[in-house]
Design a protein around this ligand. Structure first.
Ligand code: SF4
Ligand code: SF4
Length: 384
């Protein structure tokens, strides 16, 4: 593929051989105008294909991924990744290490992050896709049990999914609690079993997929549909807040425009939710597979801006609040001084990036950001 080529909606336009990877597909039919670095929501630049879309195209049609009788291969070919934000390739999760057997499949419909409702709308309007995805995942994993977990603040979604599942998949209602949607917290809430430190849920026979991911898996297996669009919650200070079906690669600025534009004095626009999301330095970044929300925060609602080093006053709030029983202030201190070994020794990799430490810190230290840096450094060093 080269600049000037015409590509079709659904056509695969990028892939690598690495195990932890997923291909990407043209979200719309159009002409390739550039292949080069593009700024993303995380602030990094990645190689991207820019496509000038043709107008008036039928969004119901796409190039299907081939069906060669192997559902897992089809899911990989469709580029399905975790759509709750982690973007971990679904095929890797569906292929547990040798000797590990999956007994329970959990579909995560908790959506506990404040303001975000994209999974809620999906379960309400298209519950059959989520239920079908749960059943396919259960079959592929050879699991005895499949359950869909939904928090109690979504009774309409519970009713819709229950009606659609017709008793074939358990629908479990959990109390509304943050950060219950985090994988390890969700497993504990449902099964009262802890995932041992340094291991994956597969080690205790559990596989967790997000509700939107389950729906995308059903689409891939039933229709050969590659992952080229997703539902994004656009909320906060915008004229028409709501959930939008968005073609991947759409610029956040275009999405906000489609939602009627920003209203009033917006201090910060966040990709993701307010607890775990990333403040955007530019709105000209593309919507990607894991981007569940865009939240425009008015002045005074966002945390005070971080200006230089904020001293820790040793109040003890962050270790007290951390659901993983970490010491965020210590990890953050080491990360701030680039003492990556010491940060890793404090189990930075166990952080589930819930953002609670940043939320409770009275001096507004950027704890989540620093712990994320420590996690990245530990992963780069191959720490397990
Ligand atoms: S983000 Fe902070 S509170 Fe949440 S798990 Fe990580 S260190 Fe703990
Ligand atoms: S909450 Fe903030 S001030 Fe308190 S111990 Fe943690 S880092 Fe220090």
């Amino acid at each position: 593929m080269a600049v000037g080529d015409r590509v079709l909606r659904g056509q695969m336009i990028g892939d690598v051989d690495a195990m932890v990877s997923a291909p990407v597909h043209a979200p719309l039919t159009g002409t390739v105008t550039d292949i080069g670095p593009v700024l993303t929501a995380s602030g990094t630049r990645v190689t991207a294909v820019t496509i000038e879309a043709e107008t008036g195209q039928d969004l119901a049609s796409f190039v299907p991924v081939p069906d060669e009788g192997n559902p897992k291969a089809r899911i990989r070919a469709a580029g399905i990744v975790g759509m709750g934000g982690a973007t971990f390739p679904s095929i890797v999760k569906l292929s547990p290490p040798k000797g590990m057997h999956i007994e329970t499949v959990i579909i995560n419909g908790c959506e506990c992050e404040p303001f975000l409702t994209c999974d809620h709308r999906l379960m309400l309007e298209q519950p059959e896709r989520v239920v079908a995805g749960a059943r396919y995942i259960q079959q592929m994993a050879g699991a005895q049990r499949a359950m869909i977990a939904i928090e109690s603040n979504k009774p309409d979604a519970v009713a819709a999914v229950r009606a659609s599942s017709a008793g074939e998949v358990e629908v479990i209602v959990l109390p509304t609690r943050y950060p219950q949607g985090a994988e390890k917290q969700l497993i504990y809430a449902l099964l009262k079993t802890e995932v041992p430190h340094g291991t994956l849920p597969a080690a205790i026979g559990v596989l967790v997929h997000n509700a939107a991911t389950a729906a995308a898996i059903a689409d891939a297996l039933e229709h050969g549909k590659p992952l080229v669009e997703r539902i994004v919650t656009v909320t906060g200070s915008v004229a028409r807040p709501g959930n939008y079906q968005v073609v991947l690669g759409t610029l956040v600025s275009e999405l906000i425009e489609a939602a009627g534009g920003l209203m009033g004095d917006v201090e910060r626009v966040i990709a993701g939710g307010p607890m775990t999301g990333t403040a955007l330095g530019s709105l000209d970044v593309p919507v990607t597979k894991g981007m569940s929300g865009i939240v425009a925060l008015p002045t005074g609602v966002a945390s005070p801006a971080i200006t230089g080093d904020q001293p820790c006053i040793r109040c003890g709030r962050c270790p007290e609040a951390c659901p993983m029983m970490l010491e965020p202030y210590a990890i953050a201190n080491y990360a701030a001084h680039q003492m990556w070994d010491r940060a890793g020794d404090r189990d930075a990799l166990d952080c589930i990036e819930c953002g609670i430490c940043s939320y409770v810190c009275p001096t507004k230290r950027p704890l989540l950001q620093l712990v994320r840096l420590a996690k990245g450094a530990a992963m780069a060093r191959g720490v397990k």
